[in-house]
Ligand binder design. Sequence first.
Ligand code: SF4
Length: 186
Amino acid sequence: MGKVTNRSKLEIAKAPAGLEGPGFFAGKLEDLVGLARKNSLWPLPFATSCCGIEFMATMASHYDLGRFGAERLSFSPRQADMLMVMGTIAKKMGPILRQVYEQMAEPRWVLSVGACASSGGIFDTYSVLQGIDRIIPVDVYVPGCPPRPEQIIEGILKIQELTQNESFRRRNSEEYKKMLNSYGIE
Ligand code: SF4
């Protein structure tokens, strides 16, 4: 019975500001697309070590990422819009990660999960990349070694905020192109 009570607390996504009446809703296209994108992110899990195990817990029934509309994992970069990098990235792996990023279509977002992906973590050695933002741009960092599933979910909620509020023009802006160019990405 407890579950039924919880279910009654579920809310559907809030509609953006607009005009509504019986049988119609009118709003800004940007807001409506933002709402759809926010609630239907397709993650690409690039998991290389222990942080990946926390991600598995995040996907499983207790934490259930499906509650945020992001349960449809993609192992094809062309069918994903949120790259989740989880684990230690060796320098040898760097070009592969970058290729995966480049193969994703715009708009794409990157979540760096855990200390290793964000900064190399405890592996301050010649063979480990000291943060994936040395090779690809990152939108949100999740701290921790490893971060708990709640922290990973928090990171995804931050990405959702970005997706909902992003302007259509951002990806074509000079500023965005300059940022990509600074990574050597055309
Ligand atoms: S941050 Fe910690 S838990 Fe995550 S991959 Fe690195 S060593 Fe493992």
